[in-house]
Write a protein that binds this ligand. Structure first.
Ligand code: ATP
Ligand code: MG
Length: 634
């Protein structure tokens, strides 16, 4: 172990030597001719000429040393099922699934849409695609027919894999009728649909000729062996659409070799899971976190990965911690949103189980406010809680601690410094000039070339890749569309998305800084802050706060009292300009299915406009609650 600063500097000053070293963490069938080809900026190709395969590296490679070690542990609190696969068993299942896909016409370069619940077969399908050199595109199970059809038309798949249904909070959510509808809406429907019948829906609809039963086809290919297709490093491994929090989702295209190296490297240096240990990522395979840290990362690293179907609070708020105890999990990864949900429950649930095996809990996807960070750190005394900042586009963290190189003191409210490989800068939102002074606000950008693992382009649309991400400023810089400050130690604080900036009488405020101040109030569980049009001031700050104790929602006097306290808290911590014009105490906040606050929809409702595209919304009732609160007290 050296100092992180040296490690980081080497990655920036000698990137080719640095990444050539990291590339030894995976197997190459053919060595690469060059580490980096940046001859066509802002495009970057990593490990040019090298041939490798994600499935080989995630599965086959481990057979010699860990055939009998569990690779995948499945636990569903929805169907009350438990299954385990060793690396040898996973290898057999993936080969069989690859043979099934091949029999349905899937070849190298073909796209396969995966619209599946959190079941082992979904993991088999992803790895089988990788084995065949086919490009998977997982669409989060639960997206509406229209959203699915949009993604189908963009990816033009030869096959779609689905199930009769998913389960959520004890209720069956039928998938197949929705798939059927999406296929009638789509202009480029796949020829075949492979359907896993979980037995959740009696007489789930079947279209003969097109639909194929997963189990029946599986029996035909029992014991099959399918050779690995060796891919040139830059060939695409998958397409994943961004969450769509800010508009039309973009098809993020991932390469093969760069992604494998970036993930293997992140497992060693950032997540510090040892081969043989257990990692539990409580997310969904429909999101980037699921791709990188349920499926590929832990398996590339020879770990056991836990696949969990269910909620964090069912049957009760102890369920995750029971899994930690039962499987002796070393590394866990989830979202701050999930922790804020747990925060509304009795903290005693967390103390019921022995969580001493858990070294690290990583949180990413939304700002981790200091009070939530402190709360969960307190509840898990043997665990370090670390914030990670990244995007679907990058595939692995941009900002965060790197404990595998040098453990650093955590700073509540900050994910930390730039991760190795990333030249992160802050620039002025208008002039594009670099902001170098400490604690000044700026747009977070990355100087190209992007490191291995990041998107290589937008699927089928190189021009959109350049115009979306690299055209905000005079010089081509990758725009994260997030706003931040950096302190004298080089630690960043994310202030919010650039299109969420609130402009009160000429003062630019980040939604995040106000939300952070509000969540410091002991009675508040979570909060959303938006800027609302105002004739005098340009915009005013409005806050929607959810109390920890639902009893405080009942009476108007209680709500008003809490709302006044919240206003005072902001005034005290940030000053009068940031003081909200109104604070509404509500029961729920609208979020995307990936747990991101839909501030833009809240803002639209507050400005009396249409809320926009709500296909990714988790709970439409939450937005109605906000509308009602606004009406009751305009
Ligand atoms: P779309 O780009 O389609 O609008 P999205 O940006 O919500 O969707 P993701 O790629 O899943 O889709 O989310 C990345 C964004 O999440 C980041 O740009 C940032 O705004 C936010 N984010 C992620 N991690 C953190 C973190 N640790 N702290 C603060 N914000 C975070
Ligand atoms: Mg985004």
């Amino acid at each position: 172990m050296g100092s992180y600063l040296d490690f980081y500097r080497r990655s920036i000053e000698a990137p080719e030597a640095f990444w050539a070293e990291q590339a030894r963490l995976i197997d190459w069938e053919r060595p690469f001719d060059a580490v980096l080809d940046a001859s066509r900026p802002p495009f970057a190709r990593w490990f040019v000429g090298g041939r490798t395969n994600l499935c080989h590296n995630a599965v086959d490679r481990h057979l010699a040393t860990r055939a009998d070690q569990p690779a995948l542990v499945f636990e569903s609190t929805e169907t009350d099922q438990r299954r385990q696969y060793t690396y040898a068993q996973l290898h057999a299942e993936v080969n069989r699934t690859a043979a099934m896909l091949r029999s349905l016409g899937v070849k190298r370069g073909d796209r396969v849409i995966v619209y599946m619940p959190m079941v082992p077969e979904a993991v088999f399908v992803l790895l089988a695609c990788a084995r065949l050199g086919a490009i998977h595109s997982v669409v989060f199970g639960g997206f509406a027919a229209h959203s699915l059809a949009m993604r189908i038309d963009d990816a033009k798949p030869v096959l779609l894999v689905t199930a009769d249904a998913g389960m959520r909070a004890g209720r069956v959510v039928p998938y197949k009728p929705l798939v059927d509808e999406a296929l009638t809406l789509a202009k480029h429907p796949p020829a075949r649909v492979l359907v896993l019948d979980r037995g959740l829906v009696p007489n789930s609809p079947v279209t003969p000729e097109r639909d194929v039963d997963f189990a029946t086809l599986g029996r035909e290919h029992e014991g099959a062996r399918v050779p690995v297709e060796w891919m040139e490093s830059s060939e695409p491994s998958y397409i994943l659409y961004t969450s769509g929090t800010t508009g039309k989702p973009k098809g993020v295209q991932r390469d093969t070799g760069g992604y494998a190296v970036a993930l293997a490297s992140s497992m060693r240096h950032i997540y510090t899971g040892q081969p043989g240990e257990v990692m539990f990522t409580a997310s969904d395979i429909g999101w980037v976190v699921g791709h990188s840290y349920i499926v590929y990362g832990p398996l590339l690293n020879g770990m056991t990965t836990v696949l969990y179907e269910g909620l964090p609070i069912r049957p009760d708020a102890a369920v995750w911690w029971r899994l930690i105890e039962q499987y002796r999990v070393s590394v866990m990864f989830t979202s701050p949103t999930a922790i804020r949900i747990l925060k509304k429950q009795d903290a005693a649930f967390l103390k019921r189980h022995d969580t001493s095996s858990l070294r690290y809990l990583f949180l990413a996807g939304e700002p981790l406010d200091a009070p939530t960070h402190a709360w969960i750190s307190d509840a898990l005394p043997s665990t370090q809680v670390l914030d990670n900042y990244w995007q679907t586009e990058t595939g692995w963290p941009i900002l965060g601690p790197v404990p595998g190189v040098e453990p650093r003191k955590r700073k509540l409210g900050s994910p930390g410094a730039a991760i190795y490989g990333y030249r992160v800068k802050l620039v002025d939102g208008l002039s594009g000039e670099e902001v170098t002074a400490a604690n000044q606000k700026g747009v977070l950008v990355i100087q190209p070339p992007l490191p291995p693992g990041c998107l290589s382009t937008v699927w089928g649309d190189d021009a959109r890749f350049v115009s979306t991400y690299f055209s905000s400023f005079d010089t081509p810089l990758y725009n994260t569309f997030d706003w931040a400050t950096r302190d004298a130690d080089g630690d960043y604080f994310i202030l919010g998305r650039t299109d969420d900036v609130i402009n009160v009488a000429g003062h630019r405020l980040g939604t995040r800084e106000i939300e952070e101040a509000i969540s410091g109030h002991p009675a508040i569980a979570e909060v959303a802050v938006v800027g609302v049009k105002d004739e005098l001031k340009g915009q005013v700050v409005m806050a929607f706060a959810v109390p920890k104790d639902p009893a405080r929602l009942q009476r108007e006097e209680d709500r008003d009292a809490l709302s006044r306290e919240v206003m005072d808290t902001v005034g005290r911590t940030l000053g009068a300009v940031a003081r909200p014009a109104a604070v509404y105490v509500v029961a729920n906040l609208p979020k995307t299915r990936s747990g991101k606050l839909l501030r833009r929809s809240i803002q639209a409702v507050a400005e009396d406009r249409e809320p926009g595209d709500l296909t990714t919304i988790e709970d439409p009732g939450a937005l109605e609650g906000i509308q009602a609160a606004l009406k009751a007290r305009p």
